[in-house]
Write a protein that binds this ligand. Structure first.
Ligand SMILES: Nc1ncnc2c1ncn2[C@@H]1O[C@H](COP(=O)(O)OP(=O)(O)OP(=O)(O)O)[C@@H](O)[C@H]1O
Ligand SMILES: Cc1ncsc1CCO
Ligand SMILES: [Mg+2]
Length: 267
């Protein structure tokens, strides 16, 4: 399996040219930053979580991103409606099981939604991915207590069971589908000191999935751009307060030579 700067750049150009509409049912914490990250890369965000409208919004969208960050029964109902409509229309679905392993509601809801409406891509941190397969795994709220390598077996099992891509974030991002595996080692630990970086990764994954029919490559390209923009942003930032601003600027500015210079495949 290959991951090249040219292929990543082709997707970034496609996003900038096509401006895909990405429908997000996401959490209160991440909403604004997620919308800004999508705009900065060249996509169009829409946040809509009311059951009465989600089917209509899915119908005009090129991707659906489901994020379990601030769940409630009303939201779960909307997620089901949206995922059913997206499955019917073949709109790619990305699911981020935020906080799976921290509460039964999160773990069980994530498992149920994935089983009922298998997404194209499951995108989470290592603790969350492991928790989808084991009740023993705990998550520190929404933060990971594991490495992506530790999530390898669960990620493989999930991918094989649901036929989906599993994208696990961490110092090295692991992206796999069946026996096909990609690893990206871009990024900086400062990204974990800012909330909603993972949520932004999931939303960007939706934008890439809207423009690249290979879910595996879409997911890997999104993680590479996240990491590269994170590094570029961190070079300008003074700390967690200024990272989001410089990260968004980097998403807007990133070009082929940035990608060629920084891409670190494997790890
Ligand atoms: N130790 C690290 N070194 C470099 N990059 C990292 C590291 N940990 C995470 N990242 C990068 O930070 C981004 C967010 O990943 P992370 O695993 O923190 O997501 P998350 O836990 O789902 O975040 P959140 O729930 O706060 O939105 C990814 O692009 C990932 O590659
Ligand atoms: C901090 C936090 N809590 C619920 S969702 C969220 C955003 C990062 O996942
Ligand atoms: Mg997360």
């Amino acid at each position: 399996m290959s991951l090249t700067a040219d292929a990543i750049w082709k997707d970034v150009q496609a996003i900038r040219q096509q401006g895909p509409l990405v429908h997000n049912i996401t959490n209160y914490v991440a909403m604004e930053f997620t919308a800004n990250a999508l705009l900065a890369i060249g996509a169009s965000p829409v946040m809509a979580h009311t059951a009465e409208e989600v089917r209509e919004i899915v119908a005009i969208s090129q991707a659906l991103v489901i994020n379990l960050g601030t769940l409630s029964p009303v939201w779960i109902h909307s997620m089901r409606e949206a995922m059913e409509e997206a499955s019917r229309r073949k709109v790619p679905i990305v699911l981020d099981p935020v906080g799976a392993g921290a509460s039964r509601l999160r773990t069980q809801t994530a498992r149920e939604l994935i089983a009922a409406f298998p997404p194209r891509i499951i995108r989470g941190n290592a603790s969350e991915i492991i928790a989808l397969g084991s009740d023993e795994q705990k998550t520190r709220g929404v933060d990971s207590l594991a490495t992506s390598a530790q999530a390898y077996e669960t990620a493989r099992a999930l991918s094989k069971r649901y036929g989906c891509v599993v994208s696990v974030s961490g110092a090295t991002d692991l992206i796999l589908q069946g026996d096909q595996e990609l690893r990206v080692s871009n990024g900086t630990p400062l990204m974990t000191r800012v909330t909603a970086m993972g949520c932004a990764a999931s939303a960007l994954t939706g934008a890439f999935a809207a423009c690249n029919p290979s879910s595996l490559h879409a997911a890997a390209h999104a993680m590479a751009i996240m990491g590269i923009a994170g590094e570029m942003g961190a070079q300008q930032a003074q700390g967690p307060g200024t990272l989001p601003m410089h990260f968004l600027d980097a998403l807007h500015q990133v070009n082929l030579s940035h990608i060629r210079d920084r891409l670190r495949v494997g790890g």
